[in-house]
Design a protein around this ligand. Structure first.
Ligand code: GDG
Length: 728
C-alpha cells in the first residue's frame, strides 16, 4: 500500500541555478513533518505543483526526474492555469468565501473552467501512479473536485480529504454557482475532516441543504458508499518549537534581539499579508492601547512580521499601503528618540530568528478576523518553554477552541484588543506560567504527529469497515447462494416491510400505493404454495387492505396491533393512544413545524417530518420526544423513533412480537425478512440466526445482509424466483 499526499504545492522549493540547472530544497511545513512521523511501513509519495513555471519539455523532464527521486511527483501548471485556477478560483473565489469576505469575491466563469481543468490534471498524475489498495490524502480547497474524480477513475483507492481553511455557514456557501459540484467533489472521499466541529457542522448543513442528502450523525450515504466527516484539529511539531531555544544559534539571536529592543515589553505578531488576518484592526487596537495607557509609552513595542504575499494583486497592494500608512501614523505620533512603537518587517524570517522572537516575546497578539486554525498561536505557546508570556488569541481562529487558556478577543473590536493588551501586561508571572503550562500540555499532546495518525487511523478504520460491510452486501455470490437455498427449501416464510422496502418513500405517504412492479412481484411470490408471505408494516390496516387486500397474503398492520390471517383481520388488545393530552402535544408541534403532519391510526399516532427542513426537523423531533415523555410513561405508551417519524403506540405490539407469533405457527426451512426501518430490526432480532435478514439502505448489526437501496429489493426477490439453468 502506498500513501499519496495530494496538495496544491509540493513541499519543495525549486530554483534555477546560474548554470541553467535547478536546485531543490525540501521545505518542511507542518504537514510534511506530521506525515514523516507516521508510524507506517508504507511508502509516502507527494503529488503537487512544484511552484516553478516552465513550459519547456526538457526542463520539465529534468525537474520531474530529480523530484521523483524524492518521491515527489510534479503537476506542471501553465501561466493561464496559475492565473485562473490558483489566483482566480482558489484565491479570489473560495478563499474569500470561506473566510466570510463575501464582497471580496471576484468571480469569472473562466476561473471555474480552469479549476476543473487543473483538478483533472492532478487526477491524471494520480492515475498514472496509484492502484487499488493505495491511499490518497487530498489537501485543501484548491482540490475540492479531486476526491470524486479519484473515486470514479481509480477503483479500490481509499480517499481522505482535509480542509485547512474554515468551512462557511450554508447561508454563505449557497451563493456559489458551483456549490453542488464542489460538495459532490468532496463526497468522493471516504473521510472528510476539518479543524473544528463548527466547520464540520457547516459542511453537514451545506450537504443536507444543497444536495438534499441526510446525515446520520457523522456519516452520510452517497449512492453506494458511506462518507464520514470529522473534526481533527491540526497540531504542530511540538518538540521542534519547544526545544528550539536549546540551539545556541537561536539563543544568540534571542539575546541580540533582547538587547536591540532595550527594556521594552514586546508584543509579537506574525502573519502572511492577507485581509483575513486582521492586521489593520490589530494596529488600530495597539494605537488605542497607546492612547489610553500613557504609562506604557516607551515601555511596550509591537513587532510585526508580515510575510509578503500576492502584493501585485490590487486588493493586497491596497492592504499593504494601508498597513504602511497606519504604521507610519502610529510611529509618527508616538515615537521618541529612545523608542519605536511598531517595528515592522515586510519579509519572512529564517526559522532561528522567528523562534528567537517567539521565545522572547512577552505577548503574542494573534488576531485574525477568520483563520482555519492558526499555527503561529500554537508555535508561540510551545516556544516559550519555561518563560512567562501571554497569548492573546482571536476567537475567530480555529485554534481558540483548543487554547482556552489564552486571553481571547473578538478581533473586530479594537477596544477589546486594547483592553486585552493592558490585561496581559498586568498578569502576574505565575498566572502567565499557569496558563502557558496548560496550553503546552494541550499542544504537546495534540501534535501534528497525532493529527496525521488520527486521520490515517480513521481512514484505515473506514476502509476495514467498508471491507467487512462489503461481505454483508447482498450481491453476486451471496445472492446466488441464497437463491440455491430458496430452491431447495420446501416451506418458506417471507416477512416484508412495505414503505422503504417494497415501495420507495414518497413525500406524501398516501402516494406510496403499490405499482405494477410491486404487485407483479408479490403475485409471483404468493403463487408458489410453498411460500407464506406476510407484509409487516407500521401502516394502518385499512390502507394495507385497500392496497394489497386482493392478494393471497397475510398482513400485520400498525406494528402487529392488527393482523390478517386466512382473509380475516384480528385486533390485539392494548392501551388507547388517542388521549386528549397527547393529541394536543402533537397538534402544537404540527402548528410550529411547517410541512410536518400527523397520521392517526387506530392504535398509534405518528408525526411525520420527512419534508421538514433538516435542522428544524432534528430540533423539533427532540423537543417532541421530551414533551411526550411524561404523559406517555404515565399512560404506559411507547415512543418510537423511526425514519423521519415519531410514533406513539402501545408497547404490547412490535414487529418483533408479530414475527414470534408467526414462527409459532409452522416450521419453515427458509425464513427471509426484509426491512429498512429501526422497527424492522425488531423483526430481525426475533428470528433465528439462520434466517436471511436483509436491511435496506445500509448495514445493520441486527441483519445478516444489506442492500443499499430500496430499488434493489424487488429485483432481488425476482432473481430468487427466476428459473435459470445456471442456478443449480
Ligand atoms: C492554512 C490555514 C491553518 C510565518 N512567518 C514565517 C514563518 N511562518 C510560518 C509559521 C507557521 C506558518 O508559517 C503559518 O501558519 P498558518 O496556520 O497560518 O498556516 P497556513 O498554511 O498559511 O494556512 C490556517 C493552516 O493552513 C494549517 O491547517 O492553520 O488557518 O489558513 O508555521 O511559523 N516561518 C518562518 N519565517 C517567517 O517569517 N520560518
Amino acid at each position: 500500500m502506498k500513501l499519496y499526499i495530494i496538495a496544491n504545492r509540493l513541499p519543495v522549493k525549486v530554483q534555477r541555478t546560474e548554470g541553467g540547472g535547478f536546485e531543490f530544497q525540501r521545505s518542511e511545513g507542518g504537514l510534511a513533518t506530521g506525515l514523516a512521523s507516521l508510524d507506517t511501513h508504507n511508502e509516502t509519495h507527494w503529488i503537487g505543483w512544484p511552484g516553478i513555471h516552465t513550459e519547456d519539455p526538457v526542463e520539465r523532464a529534468a525537474i520531474t526526474e530529480a523530484l521523483e527521486k524524492m518521491q515527489f511527483h510534479p503537476v506542471f501548471l501553465n501561466e493561464t492555469q496559475i492565473l485562473n485556477y490558483y489566483e482566480g478560483y482558489s484565491n479570489n473565489v473560495i478563499w474569500p468565501l470561506c473566510h466570510y469576505f463575501y464582497a471580496y469575491i471576484e468571480y469569472q466563469t473562466l476561473y471555474w473552467e480552469s479549476y476543473k481543468e487543473v483538478n483533472e490534471l492532478f487526477l491524471e498524475k494520480a492515475e498514472s501512479l496509484a492502484v487499488a489498495g493505495d491511499v490518497a490524502w487530498v489537501q485543501d480547497y484548491q482540490l475540492m473536485l479531486l476526491p470524486k474524480l479519484l473515486r470514479e477513475r481509480i477503483k479500490g483507492l481509499s480517499i481522505g480529504y482535509f480542509h485547512h481553511i474554515p468551512f462557511p455557514s450554508y447561508e454563505l456557501f449557497r451563493v456559489l454557482p458551483e456549490r453542488a459540484e464542489l460538495l459532490e467533489g468532496l463526497l468522493g472521499a471516504d473521510l472528510i475532516a476539518f479543524h473544528t466541529h463548527d466547520y464540520m457542522r457547516h459542511f453537514v448543513s451545506a450537504v443536507e441543504r444543497v444536495l438534499l442528502l441526510r446525515f446520520a450523525l457523522d456519516r452520510v450515504i452517497v449512492r453506494n458508499r458511506t462518507v464520514h466527516v470529522d473534526a481533527l484539529p491540526m497540531g504542530i511539531n511540538f518538540d521542534l518549537y519547544h526545544n528550539a531555544i536549546l540551539d545556541p544559534l537561536v539563543q544568540e539571536k534571542a539575546s541580540v534581539f533582547r538587547e536591540n529592543y532595550g527594556g521594552s515589553k514586546l508584543v509579537l505578531s506574525v502573519d502572511r499579508l492577507d485581509y483575513s488576518k486582521g492586521i489593520l484592526h490589530r494596529l488600530k487596537g495597539f494605537e488605542l492601547f497607546l492612547k489610553e495607557n500613557p504609562a506604557y509609552l516607551e515601555r511596550v513595542s509591537l513587532v510585526m512580521i508580515v510575510v509578503p504575499s500576492r502584493d501585485r494583486v490590487e486588493r493586497y497592494a491596497e492592504l499593504k499601503k494601508n498597513i504602511d500608512e497606519t504604521i507610519g501614523n502610529i510611529n509618527g505620533a508616538y515615537s521618541t528618540m529612545n523608542w519605536t512603537p511598531v517595528y515592522y518587517f515586510y519579509h519572512g524570517l529564517p526559522f532561528e530568528e522567528l523562534l528567537a522572537l517567539y521565545h522572547i516575546a512577552d505577548i503574542a497578539l494573534v488576531s485574525p478576523l477568520r483563520d482555519g486554525m492558526n499555527l503561529v498561536a500554537k508555535e508561540y505557546v510551545a516556544a516559550k518553554r519555561d518563560q512567562p508570556g501571554v497569548l492573546i488569541l482571536s476567537e475567530m481562529a480555529g485554534a481558540a477552541i483548543e487554547l482556552s487558556d489564552a486571553v481571547t478577543i473578538n478581533p473586530n473590536d479594537v477596544v477589546q484588543i486594547s483592553d486585552a493588551l493592558s490585561y496581559a501586561l498586568d498578569m502576574s508571572k505565575e498566572e502567565q506560567l499557569d496558563a502557558l503550562k496548560r496550553m503546552q500540555a494541550q499542544v504537546s499532546r495534540h501534535s501534528v504527529h497525532l493529527w496525521a495518525k488520527r486521520f490515517m487511523d480513521e481512514l484505515m478504520g473506514i476502509r476495514l469497515k467498508n471491507m467487512e460491510n462489503d461481505q454483508k452486501r447482498l450481491v453476486g455470490v451471496q445472492a446466488e447462494k441464497i437463491r440455491k437455498a430458496y430452491r431447495k427449501a420446501k416451506s418458506r416464510l417471507f416477512i416484508l416491510d412495505y414503505d422503504g422496502t417494497l415501495s420507495a418513500f414518497k413525500n406524501r405517504p398516501e402516494d406510496a400505493k403499490p405499482n405494477a412492479e410491486i404487485l407483479d412481484t408479490l403475485i409471483r411470490l404468493t403463487a408458489d404454495p410453498m411460500n407464506k408471505v406476510v407484509i409487516s408494516s407500521g401502516r394502518d390496516h385499512t390502507t394495507l387492505e385497500n392496497w394489497l387486500g386482493h392478494l393471497n397474503l397475510d398482513m400485520a398492520a400498525e406494528h402487529g396491533a392488527f393482523y390478517k390471517e386466512k382473509g380475516v383481520w384480528h385486533k390485539k388488545e392494548g392501551p388507547m393512544v388517542w388521549d386528549a393530552e397527547i393529541l394536543s402535544i402533537f397538534q402544537a408541534f404540527i402548528d410550529k413545524t411547517p410541512r410536518s403532519k400527523l397520521e392517526m391510526k387506530e392504535t398509534a399516532l405518528v408525526w411525520h417530518y420527512r419534508r421538514v427542513d433538516a435542522w428544524l426537523g432534528t430540533m423539533r423531533e427532540q423537543q417532541l420526544v421530551e414533551a411526550l415523555m411524561e404523559p406517555c410513561s404515565r399512560l404506559n405508551l411507547q415512543i418510537m423513533r423511526g425514519d423521519k417519524i415519531i410514533e406513539v403506540k402501545s408497547p404490547n405490539f412490535t414487529k418483533g412480537s408479530e414475527a414470534k407469533r408467526l414462527l409459532k405457527q409452522a416450521k419453515y426451512d427458509f425464513i427471509c425478512a426484509i426491512g429498512d426501518d429501526t422497527t424492522d430490526e425488531d423483526t430481525f432480532r426475533a428470528l433465528p440466526k439462520s434466517a436471511i435478514t436483509i436491511k435496506v439502505g445500509g448495514v445493520s448489526d441486527q441483519a445478516r445482509y444489506y442492500v443499499l437501496m430500496q430499488a434493489e429489493t424487488l429485483p432481488l426477490l425476482n432473481f430468487w424466483m427466476d428459473d435459470t439453468s445456471t442456478s443449480d
